[in-house]
Each structure stands twice: as structure tokens, then as C-alpha cells.
Write a protein that binds this ligand. Structure first.
Ligand code: ZN
Length: 295
């Protein structure tokens, strides 16, 4: 059935939520969370000897990332890679390839620790360890942070500012960036624009569900992109190379990015570029005015 059959004669097109550079209608932040082996190890360290489970995770940094880097170069699209520092040390050539291709690398824990399981002191120690390792491999400190499982603690935003981070990309309370009271830029995401829910599967331990058809996932993500473009939002897509580095999913991403590029009015940017635009253009964000809503 063609869903466009139900298109309305007078489409709802409110004012854009945000003003983007160069008159673009929306922003696109392409994120690769290179969790690799830490996907399993942060679940249970005993999985270290489960070689097939570990190898499925290692497919991301070993095969997925190089293939995805090739696609990004082919399309001349910048991306942001959030990499646990354990993975940075385990796969130094992969990390160097991402850096040398000009993409941004942000912090994502050391062993992909769930922040909710850590005390404030433990959370600070993990963050400091990850900053040290990333700084050694990048030549500079990371500017951006994505919490493992997207989940932050009450003290995380202040901790990030105290360590010099410019932005966080972990919350879900909006579909355009905002600035925390302490000055930290937030670039929110959402579970619909994540590949785990679509593609993750492992038999034992049981992860995910039945891997989805790429055509269905393309429609899900393309529909959300089209609507976010109409509403002036920031389309934050989060992909894991051990899932989205598989061949048909790389082609799904190629199709999606080609469609986005063809619109000509989407600003595809790294997290740092988006954060800079947000801090330098405070009037770009249109606050929601409840008083202006119909009574
Ligand atoms: Zn992750």
C-alpha cells in the first residue's frame, strides 16, 4: 500500500525548531559507536573466552570500520566515532585510520561501563582513564562524549565540563541541541535512529531479536529524516560497526546518505561542528512557547 495516498491537502509545517548554517533546513550527525569487544565484556568479563561471541563483536573494528570509512570517503561525508578507550588500545591502527580520515573521535567509556553501576568517584576515574588514552592516540583531548547505553548520571554533565568536554550526545529530551545550565552543549539522540534495535542478534547470551530487513529500516530512518528536515531538527543516527558494517547495511547507509545529500539542504556535521554552531549562535534555537499555543 502506498502510504502517500493519505498525504494531506494542507500539510502541517510548523516553524523550524532551529536555524542551521547556510540556510540549511536540518542538521545530520552520523555517529559510529565502535563498541567492538566491549559489547560483550561490559556485559560479563567471563565472555572473554566465548570466542565466537567475541569475534562477532570484533568484526566491527576489524572489518566494519574500514568498510564504513571507505563509504564515508566515497560520499565525502564527515562522521563522529565514539570509541571506548579499551578498543582504542586494542585496535590502534583502526583508531589511526579514523583519525587520519579526518573524522571526529569522542569518548565512550573505557570498557563501555554502564554509568548507573558506578559511584561518582568510579565514574570520574573511568572518564579520566579514557581521556588519557584518547589524548595519547589523537594528539588532543576529546571534545565530545556519548555515554555507554546513552545513560548518564545526575553528576555526569558537571563532570564532563570539569574535564573540558564541549558537548554530550547522550540525552533524549529534545530533537535539536540545547545548552545545559553549566554550559555543556547537548546533542540529543533517540532509540528509533539506532541500529541495535534493528540488527542486533546473538544466540547465547541472548541479545537483540530477529535481524530486520534493510528495506524496512531504510523506510523507518528515511521517514524520520524527511520529517525532521521539515521540522528543522537534528537527525542523530547512531550505528555500531559490528552491526552496520555488514555488507547489506553499508548499502543501506549509502542509500540513506545519498538521499540526504540529494536534498541539498541538510547540514552533515561532526559533533564538534554542531556544538560550535550552537554556542556561537544562541538565537538559533527556537524555544517552545507554551503561551503561544492555542488555548
Ligand atoms: Zn556503546
Amino acid at each position: 500500500m502506498d502510504l502517500d495516498h493519505f498525504a494531506t491537502a494542507r500539510p502541517y509545517a510548523p516553524e523550524p525548531r532551529f536555524l542551521w548554517p547556510g540556510g540549511k533546513r536540518c542538521a545530520v550527525m552520523l555517529c559510529f559507536d565502535v563498541d567492538g569487544e566491549t559489547t560483550a565484556l561490559s556485559d560479563d568479563l567471563a565472555l572473554e573466552v566465548r570466542l565466537t561471541t567475541m569475534s562477532q563483536c570484533a568484526y566491527g573494528p576489524r572489518v566494519g570500520v574500514p568498510r564504513l570509512l571507505g563509504l564515508l570517503e566515497h560520499l565525502a561525508v564527515p562522521a563522529t566515532f565514539f570509541i571506548p578507550s579499551w578498543i582504542v588500545e586494542r585496535h590502534p591502527r583502526m583508531t589511526a585510520a579514523v583519525r587520519e580520515a579526518g573524522h571526529e573521535i569522542g569518548a565512550h567509556g573505557h570498557l563501555h561501563e554502564k554509568l548507573a553501576t558506578l559511584s561518582p568517584e568510579e565514574e570520574a576515574a573511568v572518564l579520566d582513564r579514557s581521556i588519557d588514552i584518547l589524548t595519547r592516540h589523537l594528539g588532543h583531548a576529546p571534545a565530545g562524549y556519548r555515554a555507554p547505553w546513552f545513560e548518564i548520571n545526575p553528576g555526569t554533565a558537571d563532570l564532563l565540563v570539569s574535564r573540558g568536554f564541549v558537548y554530550n550526545a547522550s540525552m533524549m529530551s529534545d530533537d535539536v541541541p540545547f545548552i545545559h545550565p553549566n554550559g555543556l552543549v547537548e546533542i540529543p539522540g533517540q532509540w528509533m535512529l539506532e541500529d541495535w534495535e534493528q540488527f542486533a542478534f546473538n544466540a547465547d547470551p541472548a541479545w537483540g531479536a530477529v535481524p530486520e530487513d534493510c528495506d524496512k529500516v531504510f523506510r523507518l530512518w528515511w521517514r524520520e529524516f524527511e520529517a525532521m528536515r521539515l521540522f528543522g531538527c537534528c537527525f542523530v543516527l547512531t550505528l555500531h560497526p559490528w552491526l552496520s558494517g555488514r555488507p547489506s547495511r553499508v548499502q543501506l547507509l549509502e542509500r540513506l546518505l545519498s538521499g540526504i545529500l540529494a536534498t541539498g539542504d541538510a547540514w552533515i556535521a561532526t559533533g564538534s561542528e554542531i556544538a560550535r554552531w550552537v554556542t556561537e549562535n544562541p538565537a538559533a534555537r527556537r524555544e517552545i512557547d507554551f503561551d503561544a499555543l492555542p488555548a
